[in-house]
Design a protein around this ligand. Structure first.
Ligand code: FEO
Ligand code: CA
Ligand code: CA
Ligand code: CA
Length: 583
């Protein structure tokens, strides 16, 4: 087998060198150039002001591209090379660099609520391979924010655990928060993970059910309760408001009038993302989703009903309900010993819910779905080194999971190392390769191997899929994407503190002679994390969301000037989606 590059990829490149962590630039390989597609504050509708020198306002922000873009998809319309839809998550806000000192706290809270959520934007270009531009007033254009109404779906919808004074039926929630990564379904909707949503709530934090999710009296530093009482979960009537976050949400980007949904059947955790596969044998939909916190777990959901691939409008409506009903499992990894020289072994998917019933002793169905972490612990799932994104290879069907790092692995009082999490105080992270038994995504058993054990190649314990030639240094894998040839693209979040380099996008072959050869494609500006990524290799394009550039700076002392570099009205950094094309 040849390398993808040798076999005629439309994205041939020589890896860029490592970028020191103070370089405030996007770096791309020779023969490529980059440009912004859309930036924080860009109006999605006419009549909406652009970002001013003082930033934005609550009303403008609700109709502008939001802050800290993370999940990204670029979806060309069927049969068109010049039109499409961009969807992005807006994970969180950096008030210190968004607002001048002394800005009114309630003004900041209202603006930040509007800067969270998601954006759906029509995009157009002159032809295949050209750069995409946002279309103001495009028919699908939509902002989803921290106040947009959502419907709860699945077995826990309407549960007493989800009821509040404002929603006594427990079925209608305002907003989606801390949307990290996500996934695009085969029926064209977007799934998005509510990740560190606990930070928006003031809570007593005295129960195990609150503590396990990080809810407590130190939350709510943005003081959103000053503009909306539901963020004070110590108040009678609002104790359950935090239970209404921590879900996978589904948005139909083709219908801006549709009410987005929160799917309780997939459990309530700190969802990093959601990756969908269709099981070949049964036609059922399988969703893999990681819980990104130290010592948390990997889950998968299997739908009860089957995917309808007929492409009709009725089929799409059917498919949009598939995540309402199904079984939820959590992963247990068992090593086969390190004598064989690799970290690998077998695993089982432990049922938490089956056939609409709880499989966890002492917990009801809605308790399992609302307090999913506690249920999974009872069933002895394997605590992992922060499960981030999961992706399924379009070539092999194997499932890849990024475990980004875990500074507490092996410390006194914390879980020790095991073959699936082999390094103490794991600062560099690893990538797990899972092969479902018989190649079926609905299987209850699997084998696994640590495909990458990240770091500088020469540092102890690293492993690059068995490849022994030169590789780029890599740490803190976060988001994953496949190109059409089965190469895995890995974006990072944390390389600066782990290995002293700016965060990056890497490409690695997963099969053939060059399996495990990590090559760096780009690096992002100072303080930023690389998100997205979207790889349209047939088009010669790579897209990334540049999140939190200059994160550790302030309004007075910006640490990044990306992407305007002094040419814009707003002088601070702006999170933005960029496109890299061949020059
Ligand atoms: Fe928001 Fe797990 O990264
Ligand atoms: Ca082994
Ligand atoms: Ca992430
Ligand atoms: Ca991250």
């Amino acid at each position: 087998p040849e390398s993808a590059e040798a076999a005629g990829s439309n994205l041939p490149f020589n890896p860029i060198g490592a970028t020191p962590d103070d370089v405030d630039a996007v770096r791309v390989p020779g023969g490529y150039r980059w440009q912004p597609v859309i930036k924080w504050g860009d109006p999605l509708f006419s009549g909406v002001p652009a970002l001013s020198a003082r930033g934005t306002t609550p009303a403008a922000q609700a109709r502008q591209f939001g802050y800290n873009c993370d999940y990204l998809d670029i979806m060309p319309d069927k049969g068109s090379t010049t039109r499409g839809i961009l969807v992005a998550n807006h994970e969180y806000t950096n008030e210190d660099i968004m607002f001048p000192p002394g800005t009114d706290a309630k003004f900041m809270a209202r603006t930040a609520l509007a800067a969270h959520g998601m954006s759906v934007v029509e995009i157009s270009r002159s032809g295949a391979g050209a750069a995409w531009k946002p279309v103001r007033d495009g028919p699908p254009n939509r902002r989803i924010t921290g106040t947009t109404p959502f419907t709860m779906s699945g077995p826990a919808a309407g549960s007493p655990l989800l009821r509040t004074a404002a929603d006594p039926m427990g079925r209608r929630v305002h907003g989606t928060l801390n949307n990290c990564a996500g996934g695009t379904t085969p029926w064209g909707t977007i799934l998005s993970g509510e990740e560190n949503w606990n930070q928006y709530f003031l809570c007593a934090g005295t129960s195990e059910k609150e503590e396990r999710y990080g809810l407590g009296p130190d939350g709510d530093e943005r003081m959103w309760r000053s503009v909306d009482p539901r963020f004070d979960a110590t108040r009678p009537g609002y104790r359950n408001e935090p239970n209404r976050f921590g879900w996978i949400v589904e948005v139909d980007p083709e219908d801006p009038a549709s009410t987005p949904v929160k799917h309780t059947a997939l459990g309530r955790i700190k969802h990093e993302a959601a990756s969908v596969a269709i099981d070949k044998a049964t036609g059922k939909v399988v969703v893999y989703t990681g819980d990104d916190e130290r010592f948390e777990y990997l889950y998968k959901f299997i739908s009860r009903r089957h995917y309808d691939d007929s492409g009709t409008a009725a089929a799409r409506e059917h498919n949009k309900k598939l995540l309402n009903d199904g079984d939820l499992f959590v992963a247990r990894f068992t090593g086969d010993g390190r004598q064989d020289g690799v970290c690998d072994g077998t695993g089982v998917w432990i049922p938490l819910t089956m056939g609409g019933k709880s499989m966890v002793p002492g917990m009801s169905l809605d308790e399992v779905l609302v307090y999913t972490r506690l249920a999974a612990s009872k069933m002895k799932a394997t605590p992992m080194d922060r499960p981030e994104d999961v992706q399924v290879s379009p070539m092999s069907g194997r499932v890849y999971m990024a475990c980004t790092n875990n500074s507490k692995r092996g410390l006194p009082g914390e879980p020790g190392t095991d073959e699936a999490n082999p390094r103490p105080e794991n600062k560099d992270g690893h990538v797990v390769e899972i092969t479902e038994m018989d190649g079926e995504h609905t299987s209850r058993r699997f084998t696994w191997l640590l495909f990458l054990i990240c770091g500088d190649k020469d540092s102890a314990g690293t492993y690059f899929g068995g490849y022994t030639g030169p590789v780029s240094p890599i740490a803190c894998p976060d988001n994953l994407a496949f190109d059409s040839r089965g190469n895995l693209w890995i974006s990072t979040d944390g390389q600066p503190s782990a290995i002293g380099l700016d965060d990056a996008l890497h490409c690695v072959e997963t099969a053939g002679t060059y399996r495990g050869r990590v090559r760096q494609f780009l690096s992002v500006p100072a303080g930023a994390e690389t998100c997205g990524p979207v790889i349209h290799d047939k088009d010669g394009s790579v897209f990334v969301a540049v999140q939190h550039p200059g994160e550790d700076g302030s309004w007075e002392a910006p640490q990044s000037h990306f992407p305007d570099y002094g040419k814009g009205v707003f002088k601070g950094p702006r999170p933005a989606v960029i496109q890299v094309t061949r020059a």
